[in-house]
Structures are given as structure tokens and as C-alpha cells.
Design a protein around this ligand. Structure first.
Ligand code: AMP
Ligand code: MG
Length: 325
């Protein structure tokens, strides 16, 4: 596959429209209106709208393909949520015409069948960051025979140039297996080929980690950083944007040791598929904290993996060794 392949063109188009919807919702502050799902994570109008648009556009071009996505319409269909349903439909209609029933049916194109060829979608990764007004990502990946072959990530609120964190915002990341990893502006301009940091000595390294203490073990990371003589403070950021941060050399590592409040947590495939190929194709290495490669074949949950470690490759073994503390 290359940048002209129908998969790449369709996916980039879909995540760009979904990003515009998310930013519209955010501007209207409607993003603060959330439903508490059974796992109590906030899910917003934008999550549903983004999933509806991406599923609709992928299915239109690839009717045979499976999409494994985070949301379904069960909550949205409840009469008590009719106001939210109306808002989702209104926002989707800014881009694609359809009734509320159409929108629900597009959301429900999602399945939980991990097959030989499927798309993994997180319509808003880092929903908590989105609600806070921080980082979030729309993450889409194509997985073939267990290997992530394409990854796409829109980060509408991420600064384009890490030398200018207060400058222009909105990044589109994408990677094609064997062809590299790239960053563009939201309008498709300003394309750059990404490469990870060349730091060889861990004392010169820096790392990124989640904002949410429930998602990772900040204290453990701090101890690990001391062991590796890392002097710089961590860059805390929501969503898979962290993979983009490593891919473009802004941080040397992305550490995700399981949180002490949930040590047996297993990661979801849609939280890592797109990000992992973006880091790998930029020259990075991605494993779990035990050094195993990520498993995208055993269902929605990465049952065989434990936490995540992303590095510039050069220092991967050094970090894994330090993790054995
Ligand atoms: P982040 O923004 O990197 O903190 O990650 C956001 C993702 O963390 C969400 O998409 C959730 O699927 C995931 N998540 C939820 N609970 C946990 C947990 N206990 N440990 C790790 N990740 C979690
Ligand atoms: Mg997520």
C-alpha cells in the first residue's frame, strides 16, 4: 500500500471530517454533556459522532471489512438520552446527511470480531482530555493477519511544532508498514517524515506518560526515571498523541506501567494499534513491559500483554532491563 491506496485516502478523509466534528462540539462546549457508561468513563456527543462518520465512510468503500470500535448505540437509543441523540445527529448532519436511525446504524457497523483483516477505531481516545480541553486523538488502524499495516491519528489540539508549543495546532499522523511515518497539518499540508530521537544515553532521555493516575503508575515511572538518570520532568499527555510525541523525537520514551489501582488491567487494541505503527515506522520500538510484542489477535483486549513501553529503539533493552527492578 502507498499514500494513494484507497484505504489510506479513505481513512485520512474520514479522520479529518471526524476531527472537524469533534472541534465543532468542543467549541459549542456541548462536549461537557456526557453520559456515564457502565464503566463510568465519560462518553460525549463527539465520540458517537466521530464513530458514526468514520464507520459510514469506511463501510461505503470497504463493505466487506470489519470495524472494531469502542462505542455502540445502546445508551444513545434510550429515550432518556434523546437530547444527546438529537445533538449527535445535528453534528453528523453538518458533514453527512442522515436520520437519527441512520446515525445509530452507522455507529453499530462496529463489531467485536477480530478477523484476518479489520479496522480498529477509537473515535475519541483520551475522552477525559477532550472534556478537560487538553489532548485527545481520533485513532484508526488497519490490522491484517495480526499485523498493523496502516495507522492514522488525528490530534486536533496538538501543537504542530514541538519547538513552538504555543504555536499552530492540529496534527494528522499516519504510517504505512514499510513506508514510514508522517505528520501533516489538518488540511493535509506541511507533510514531514518522522523519525525518533537519536539519544543513546538514558541520562539525556525524556519521557511521556498519561495524565490520569488511574491509567498508569506515575510513582513507578518516577523510580524508573531515577534509575535511568533521567533528569527532565515527564511530559504528561492524554491519548495516543504520546506515540506521535515519541515518533517525532519530542520525547525518547512513552511509559505505561499498569496503575497500582488496577494492576491486572489489560489494554484495548484500539488504544494502541494506530499509535504503535506510527512510532515503529519512525524508527521506534513498541513492546509491553515484559518485552513482548503487542498482540492484536486475541480480541478487543490485549490479554497477553502487560503495560506498554515505547522507545527510540536504541534504548529499548536498557529500559526493559531497568523495568526488572
Ligand atoms: P490515556 O489518555 O493515555 O491515559 O489513555 C486513555 C485510555 O486509557 C482510554 O481510552 C481507556 O481505554 C484506557 N484506560 C481506561 N482504564 C485504564 C486503566 N485502568 N489502565 C490503563 N488504561 C486505561
Ligand atoms: Mg481510548
Amino acid at each position: 500500500m502507498d499514500e494513494h491506496s484507497l484505504e489510506v485516502v479513505t481513512a485520512l478523509h474520514a479522520i479529518t471530517i471526524a476531527s472537524a466534528l469533534c472541534e465543532n462540539v468542543r467549541r459549542e462546549l456541548a462536549g461537557r454533556e456526557s453520559i456515564l457508561k457502565s464503566d463510568r468513563s465519560p462518553v460525549t456527543i463527539a465520540d458517537y459522532g466521530s464513530q458514526a462518520i468514520i464507520c459510514k465512510l469506511i463501510k461505503e468503500k470497504f463493505p466487506q471489512d470489519i470495524i472494531v470500535a469502542e462505542e455502540d448505540s445502546t445508551e444513545l437509543r434510550k429515550p432518556s438520552h434523546s437530547k444527546i441523540m438529537d445533538q449527535v445527529t445535528h453534528h453528523v448532519n453538518d458533514f453527512i446527511q442522515g436520520s437519527s436511525e441512520d446515525v445509530n446504524s452507522w455507529i453499530d457497523f462496529s463489531s467485536d470480531c477480530v478477523t484476518n483483516r479489520f479496522w480498529a477505531l477509537d473515535p475519541i481516545d483520551g475522552t477525559k482530555g477532550f472534556i478537560r480541553g487538553d489532548q485527545y486523538a481520533i485513532a484508526l488502524a488497519l490490522i491484517e493477519k495480526g499485523i498493523v499495516t496502516l495507522g492514522f491519528m488525528a490530534c486536533p489540539n496538538l501543537y504542530v511544532d514541538h519547538g513552538q508549543p504555543n504555536g499552530k495546532r492540529g496534527c494528522l499522523f499516519f504510517a504505512i508498514r514499510g513506508k514510514g511515518s508522517f505528520q501533516m497539518d489538518m488540511d493535509g499540508g506541511g507533510r514531514k517524515t518522522l523519525s525518533v530521537s537519536r539519544v543513546k544515553n538514558s541520562s539525556e532521555a525524556s519521557f511521556t506518560e498519561s495524565v490520569e493516575p488511574d491509567h498508569t503508575d506515575h510513582l513507578f515511572h518516577q523510580r524508573l526515571a531515577q534509575k535511568l538518570n533521567i533528569g527532565k520532568p515527564s511530559l504528561r499527555m492524554d491519548s495516543q498523541a504520546k506515540y506521535g510525541i515519541v515518533a517525532r523525537g519530542e520525547a525518547t520514551f512513552y511509559l505505561r506501567a499498569p496503575s497500582s489501582s488496577e494492576p491486572d488491567y489489560r489494554e484495548n487494541i484500539w488504544d494502541h494499534a494506530a499509535g504503535s505503527i506510527i512510532a515503529e515506522e519512525a524508527g521506534g520500538r513498541v513492546t509491553d513491559t515484559w518485552g513482548q510484542s503487542l498482540d492484536f489477535t486475541s480480541g478487543i483486549k490485549m490479554k497477553k500483554n502487560h503495560g506498554i513501553v515505547v522507545t527510540n529503539g536504541i534504548l529499548h533493552e536498557v529500559v526493559l532491563k531497568a523495568l526488572e527492578m
